[in-house]
Design a protein. Sequence first.
Length: 107
Amino acid sequence: MRQISPGKAGVAVGTVISLWHVAWVSLVAVGWAKPVLDFVLGLHFIKLDYSLSPYAIATAGELIVLTFVIGAMFGVVFAIIWNWLTFETAPAWEKDSTGVTAVPLRH
């Protein structure tokens, strides 16, 4: 198995998680969050009486940054564990003239 770059995995997972929260922040901003949340909770047979706080750009930014950081940490930890588990079985990879990894080296 090929090893994973912890930095790239961190950026990838952090980006995916933060983009999910950008979608949530957008729903709150346009006033659609409560109907969407009611629908999702209803699919899980949950009925709650709750209210959402008003949209605040500072809170939205904090949410997006925090979820990126947490997602990045998960990505880094995942890659480190993956690399540790595949250390013995990972083949050596050669790079082509552009620096892009091409094919495994044959011994």
